[in-house]
Design a protein around this ligand. Structure first.
Ligand SMILES: NC(=O)c1ccc[n+]([C@@H]2O[C@H](COP(=O)([O-])OP(=O)(O)OC[C@H]3O[C@@H](n4cnc5c(N)ncnc54)[C@H](O)[C@@H]3O)[C@@H](O)[C@H]2O)c1
Ligand SMILES: [Zn+2]
Length: 381
């Protein structure tokens, strides 16, 4: 055994086109469900069907359709309070990571406990109601993880609350939910899934179990990501990306992300750059930085995703990194912080904030010093 691991996973995963129909059975025995979602997902017409199915299953419903993107602690608190007042005994999250993370925290809601308490004492909360996660982006893998990420505005940082009590009871992966995902969102969230898989595979916490999921995700993402984003008709590619994102979430749970996610947190926290976009910018610079200690893993990825021409470990690692660069470029994700008005004057604050994300920096095989972080941020300025 290379490395010990301990993992809790969702109790049940239902996967396939129209898997959503199973929601009707899941309503049985529940009095009332609150559907967590957001305006974008609701406008995409993705809430009516889950709502109808829950009602047909005998469950009253209420819809919270105002979950903010990448929510701040106070916003989650307000939603959690509203959920407590709803008297519901089931949460159904229909949305991306922002919706699912909020729903996961609400499932812990109890009088006298706050989201701030959960930040300070992550294991304090206990699950009070069952949760069903239906992702509508193929990205975060939040449907698989015990993590919830919230913005703490006073610190201008996003923090991860990790508590196994937040693991979903049921996950429904239905490709029809991402069929009309706008290309830009599909691209950024897909690169997030890619980052999860490759970071977990090259992480200090990587183990046999996480490797299996990370590698399965990588094979799917290398093959299907670009097509899933660019080709509206390619339902197969979209279905595969939904599965890949879930695998990426399982990999996070058993292993852990590294310096890409660590240095990306301040970009979300202070400059509100979307999670997938900030990861996309840092992915290639960090993998290049890590290459000398992760060459073996990168070469294994090369072999698994069907690389053919490279002979040496270094050649294989270079091919993988070049491929990452190509995917980010092809998907048209902004490559520079300039596009977000972030410049050299912000560098020191970024370095300071990034270096605080020790939870993830510690997973990076190569030690990241403040000078390294500075050089990495400079690369994307
Ligand atoms: N808990 C975890 O394990 C974990 C892992 C990674 C990221 N995250 C967090 O997840 C959040 C990001 O989630 P995300 O990347 O999924 O984006 P998101 O949930 O913020 O959604 C982005 C936008 O896409 C829209 N959208 C979502 N699905 C759609 C669809 N099918 N059709 C049309 N529009 C749709 C939403 O309305 C929203 O405007 C961040 O806060 C990030 O930190 C959590
Ligand atoms: Zn992520």
């Amino acid at each position: 055994m290379r490395q010990m691991f301990q993992i809790k996973m969702p109790q049940e995963v239902i996967c396939g086109e129209y898997a959503i129909e199973k929601l009707k059975d899941k309503a049985h025995g529940h009095r009332k469900a609150v559907i967590f979602t957001d305006k974008g997902v609701a406008q995409a017409g993705l809430v009516e069907e889950p709502d109808r199915l829950l009602r047909e299953g005998g469950c009253e419903t209420e819809i919270f359709d105002d979950i903010p993107a990448e929510p701040a602690c106070e916003q989650v608190q307000q939603i959690t309070d509203r959920f407590l007042r709803s008297g519901a005994d089931l949460i159904v999250a229909v949305g991306g990571g922002s919706v699912m993370d909020t729903a996961k925290l609400a499932s812990l809601a109890a009088e006298g406990e706050t989201v701030k308490d959960y930040i300070n004492r992550p294991l304090l909360g206990k699950k009070r109601v069952k949760t069903i996660m239906i992702p509508t982006t193929a990205g975060t893998g939040s449907e698989a993880t015990p993590n919830s990420i919230v913005l703490v505005p006073e610190q201008e940082l996003k923090v991860g609350i990790v508590n196994p009590e937040m693991i979903a009871d049921t996950v429904i992966l239905d490709g029809t939910m991402i069929r009309n995902l706008p290309e830009k969102i599909a691209a950024a969230t897909g690169i997030d899934a890619l980052a999860h898989a490759i970071e977990c595979f090259t992480s200090n916490k990587a183990n046999e179990f996480s490797d299996m999921y990370a590698m399965a995700a990588l094979k799917l993402i290398f093959k299907y990501l670009v097509d899933a984003c660019k080709n509206k008709e390619n339902i197969e590619a979209k279905n595969r990306m939904l599965l890949a994102a879930f695998y990426g979430g399982v990999a996070i749970t058993a292993s852990g992300t590294t310096a890409v996610h660590a240095l990306s947190y301040p970009l979300g926290g202070k400059y509100h750059i979307a999670h997938g976009v900030s990861n996309a910018m840092l992915l290639v610079p960090v993998m290049r930085f890590n290459k000398d200690v992760c060459g073996k893993e990168l070469a294994e990825i090369y072999d698994a995703v069907g690389g053919k021409t490279a002979q040496t470990q270094e050649g294989k690692a270079d091919w993988v990194i070049a491929k990452l660069e190509e995917m980010v470029r092809e998907l048209g994700i902004p490559a520079s912080l300039k596009e977000f008005g972030v410049g050299r004057e912000d560098l020191e604050e970024l370095v300071e904030a990034g270096m605080k994300v020790t939870r993830l920096l510690d997973n990076n095989k190569k030690t990241v010093t403040a000078d390294d972080a500075r050089a990495l941020y400079l690369e994307i300025m």
